[in-house]
Design a protein around this ligand. Structure first.
Ligand code: UD1
Ligand code: UDP
Length: 368
C-alpha cells in the first residue's frame, strides 16, 4: 500500500506530520508485506525556511520524495503549475491513495490531478465551510470535497454539512482533528521552549498573541488598517506579539503601515511549531484570522478573537471560546473585554487525539 500525500503550505506540514507518525507507528507492528509506504510531495507553495523546512525538522516529517518548487504566483498560475507537475509525479508513483489536507491551492491541485488519473483521493479536514465564496479556500474545499472518494471530517458539524450537500454517508468518516493529535504530541516539548518569551520578557499570561495572513485582510488596506488599529489599542494594556507571515509583512510595507506596526506591536519572524505552541499556551488572549490557530487557542484554553466575519469552526463560537470581531478596531477591543470576563474553555470538541491512526487504518482497510 502506497499513500502519496500532497502538501505545500505551513498548516499542511503540521497535519501531514501526524499522518507520517501514524504510518511509522503502524509499520513498526506490521509484517514487511503489510507495510504502508509514505511518500510526500511538497508543491513548494511555501518555501521560506521559517515557513517550510523548520516544520520538517521539528516534526520529523520524512523528506519529500518530490519538491515541485512552485513558489508564489497568482492562483491560476500557481495551481496550474502544480497540476502539471503533480500529474507526472502521480503517474510515476502510481499510489493506492492520494491524500490531501485542508483547503489551499496545493489541496486543489492534488485533488484534481489524482481524480483525473482515476487514483483514489482522500481529503483530511473535509466538510468545513465558511459560506463565503470570495475566499479562495472555500472554492478549494468545495471542489476537493465534491471529487474525493473518502472524506475525513473533524466534527459532527462537518459531517452534517457534507450529508446536506449530498455526499454519500459511506464516504464520510469522522476521525477528529489531526491538529489536536499534533498539539497533544508536541505540547510536552513546548514546555521546554520559551525562546521568544525569554527574548522579549513576556511573562506567562501577560501578552496577546496575534496572527494575520488571510487574503481578505492582507489585500484590503482598510481591513488591514482596522486590524492594526485594534491590535495597537490592545497593546496599550498588554504587549501584542505578532509573528509576521511574509504576505502580511509585504502588505504592511505596501500600505505604509509597517513602521506604525513595529512601534506598537512586538513584530517577529514566523516561528516554528513548537515555539508557537509555547506562545499560545502562555498568552492571555489570542487574536487571529488563522483556521489552525483558532483551534489551537481552544486546545490551550486561551480565549480567541477571530479577525474575520465568519468562521468554519462554528463550534468554537457556540462554546464561547471564540468571538468573531471581523476587521473592526472597536469590535476587537470589545471582544478582548468580553473574553477577559469569561472563563477560558477547552475540551475535546475535536476527537480523542487519535485522528491520524484512524485515517491510516481507514485508508488501509479501503485500499485497493
Ligand atoms: C496559503 C493558503 C491559505 C493558508 C495559508 C497558510 C491558498 C489559497 N492560501 O495562504 O489557505 O491559510 O497558506 O499559511 O492556498 N510567501 C513568501 N514565502 C513563503 C510563502 C509565501 O514570501 O514561504 C509570500 C509570497 O509573496 C506569496 C504570498 O506570501 O506570493 C502568499 O503566499 P500563498 O501561498 O499564495 O498564500 P498564503 O497567504 O500563504
Ligand atoms: N504557526 C507556526 N508559526 C507561526 C504561525 C503559525 O508554527 O508563526 C502554525 C500554527 O501553530 C498552526 C499552523 O501554523 O499549527 C497554522 O497555519 P496558518 O495560520 O498559516 O494557516 P491556516 O491554519 O489559517 O490555514
Amino acid at each position: 500500500m502506497k499513500i502519496l500525500s500532497v502538501v505545500g503550505a505551513r498548516p499542511q506540514f503540521v497535519k501531514a506530520a501526524v499522518i507520517s507518525r501514524a504510518i511509522a507507528d503502524r509499520n513498526k507492528a506490521a509484517d514487511a508485506g503489510a507495510r504502508v509506504e509514505d511518500r510526500i510531495v511538497h508543491t513548494g507553495q511555501h518555501y521560506d525556511p521559517s515557513m517550510s523546512q523548520v516544520f520538517f525538522d521539528e516534526l520529523s516529517i520524512p523528506e519529500p520524495a518530490h519538491n515541485l518548487a512552485v513558489s508564489g504566483g497568482p492562483h491560476g498560475q500557481m495551481t496550474g503549475r502544480m497540476l502539471e507537475r503533480l500529474e507526472a509525479v502521480i503517474i510515476e508513483e502510481s499510489p493506492d491513495w492520494v491524500l490531501v489536507h485542508g483547503d489551499t491551492n496545493s489541496t486543489l491541485a492534488g485533488a484534481l490531478a489524482a481524480t483525473k488519473l482515476h487514483v483514489p483521493l482522500a481529503h483530511v479536514e473535509s466538510g468545513l465551510r465558511s459560506h463565503n465564496r470570495r475566499m479562495p479556500e472555500e472554492i478549494n474545499r468545495i471542489v476537493t470535497d465534491s471529487i474525493s472518494d473518502l472524506l475525513f471530517v473533524p466534527t459532527a458539524h462537518a459531517r452534517e454539512t457534507l450529508l446536506a450537500e449530498g455526499v454519500p454517508d459511506d464516504r464520510i468518516i469522522r476521525v477528529g482533528d489531526v491538529m489536536f493529535d499534533a498539539t497533544l504530541f508536541h505540547v510536552a516539548s513546548a514546555a521546554h521552549r520559551c525562546g521568544v518569551r525569554d527574548t522579549h520578557g513576556l511573562a506567562s499570561g501577560s501578552y496577546v498573541l496575534a496572527t494575520v495572513h488571510r487574503a481578505e485582510n492582507t489585500d484590503d488596506p482598510v481591513r488591514l488598517g482596522q486590524i492594526l488599529e485594534g491590535l495597537s489599542r490592545l497593546a496599550q494594556e498588554a504587549p501584542v506579539v505578532l509573528p509576521l507571515h511574509p504576505r502580511t509583512r509585504d502588505s504592511l510595507e505596501r500600505a505604509g503601515l509597517l513602521a506604525d506596526a513595529a512601534r506598537s506591536l512586538v513584530l517577529i519572524d514566523p516561528v516554528g511549531y513548537v515555539e508557537m505552541l509555547d506562545l499560545e499556551r502562555h498568552a492571555r488572549l489570542i487574536a487571529t484570522d488563522s483556521g489552525g490557530v483558532q483551534k489551537e487557542a481552544y486546545f490551550a484554553g486561551v480565549g480567541c478573537i477571530t479577525l474575520r466575519d465568519e468562521t468554519e469552526w462554528v463550534e468554537l463560537v457556540e462554546a464561547g471560546a471564540n468571538i468573531l470581531a471581523g476587521a473592526d478596531a472597536d469590535a476587537i477591543v470589545r471582544a478582548a473585554e468580553q473574553l477577559a470576563t469569561v472563563p477560558s474553555s477547552s475540551g475535546n470538541l475535536y476527537g480523542d487525539g487519535h485522528a491520524g491512526r484512524a485515517i491510516v487504518d481507514a485508508l488501509v482497510q479501503r485500499g485497493r
